[in-house]
Design a protein around this ligand. Structure first.
Ligand code: PHE
Length: 348
């Protein structure tokens, strides 16, 4: 019997050499340890032995089991290791392949400029207010000291929808709406961003639809110096601390006095270059002190209250800041144009 056991051990030693996968090894294990396996077959002889022999036989059998199991385990570990290496090799990922390009959205340059201006004015206590783009003649012109037949209406060639309704030509009607809506006639500090429309031929510098950001402050004792200080702060914020402002007398029906504001060129610092057309100055916005007629029309007593108003053009600011030469690029949604602003994330 002992002999048989030794034979079995060397048989397994031989057979196991030819095994090359864990599956084959499992089949082999069944051949030895399964219900009809060699080991089971040998142990079945136990019943024919005397008690003493049984003890001896049992010990031998256990030791055989142990030896065989060790052989199996050793082989199994080697095979698992080999198969793992094969799988890793087979499923290797080539990390040098170029990745798919993930398109990430970015803020439109006009949104960027508008946000920047809004944030600045909100930090100074202004409210952001909006109004309708289809506007009544009353708010767009009449209340703003532009009665019917006023020659200055021609400067804002309008899209009329009916005799009384038009696409607003500027954001100033939101001034009138806000003043009228404020029943208590308390001080006002607002900015109003939004789209405006004029019957212009579209070209590199004109668009029938563009944007304005209107500013309005109404309080007691508001003067030109308040306007000047506010605009100086805004311009330095947008174009750099070293910028200077220049006020030129101008005319708007809704402000008196009216001023056109220039900022010293941020490109050449005032020397003269292509951006400022050699003058050292860039025309940037219209503003002035709110005309007493406008205050009156909107229910504010001009003897008690005064105010200032200004109108930014975000397109113009974006074109200057980002070197954009065609205003139409803002509206044609050409991804090649919009994608150039990805690079500006995190910048002002
Ligand atoms: N609404 C004026 C325009 O569109 C700009 C402006 C606003 C001027 C406020 C003065 C004060 O031309």
């Amino acid at each position: 019997m002992i002999e048989k056991m030794n034979e079995l051990k060397s048989k397994l030693n031989e057979e196991i050499k030819n095994i090359s996968s864990t599956r084959e090894l499992e089949d082999l294990r069944v051949k030895y340890f399964g219900k009809k396996g060699y080991v089971t077959e040998i142990s079945s002889h136990m019943k024919d032995l005397s008690n003493d022999e049984k003890r001896e036989f049992g010990m031998q059998l256990n030791s055989l089991r142990n030896d065989l199991e060790v052989l199996f385990y050793e082989k199994k570990n080697i095979l698992i290791d080999k198969e793992l290496r094969e799988t890793l090799e087979k499923e290797k990922i080539d990390i040098t392949l170029p990745a798919d390009n993930n398109d990430v959205g970015t803020l439109h340059p006009l949104t960027r400029i508008t946000n920047e201006i809004e944030e600045l004015f909100v930090s100074m206590g202004y409210d952001v207010v909006s109004g309708p783009e289809i506007e009544r003649d009353l708010y767009n012109f009449e209340l703003l000291n532009l009665p019917k037949g006023h020659p200055a209406r021609d400067a804002q060639d309008s899209f009329y929808i009916t005799e009384e309704m038009l696409l607003r030509t500027h954001t100033s009607p939101v001034q009138a709406r806000t003043m009228i809506a404020n029943q208590e006639k308390t001080p006002i500090r607002i900015i109003c961003p939004g789209a405006v429309y004029r019957r212009d031929e579209d070209d590199r510098t004109h668009s029938h639809k563009f944007h304005q950001i209107e500013g309005l402050v109404i309080d007691e004792n508001i003067s030109m110096s308040d306007l000047k200080g506010t605009l100086e702060l805004a311009m330095k914020h947008l174009f750099g601390e070293e910028r200077e402002l220049r006020f030129r007398p101008s005319f708007f029906p809704f402000t008196e006095p009216s001023v056109e504001v220039d900022v010293s060129c941020f490109k050449c610092g005032g020397e003269g270059c292509a951006i400022c057309k050699g003058t050292g100055w860039i025309e940037i916005l219209g503003s002035g002190l709110v005309h007493p007629n406008v205050l009156k029309n909107c229910g504010y007593d001009p003897k008690k209250y005064s105010g200032f108003a200004f109108g930014f053009g975000p397109e113009r600011i974006a074109m200057l800041k980002y070197g954009i030469s065609d205003i139409r690029s803002f509206y044609t949604n050409d991804l090649r144009f919009l994608n150039t602003f990805n690079r500006m994330d995190g910048e002002n």
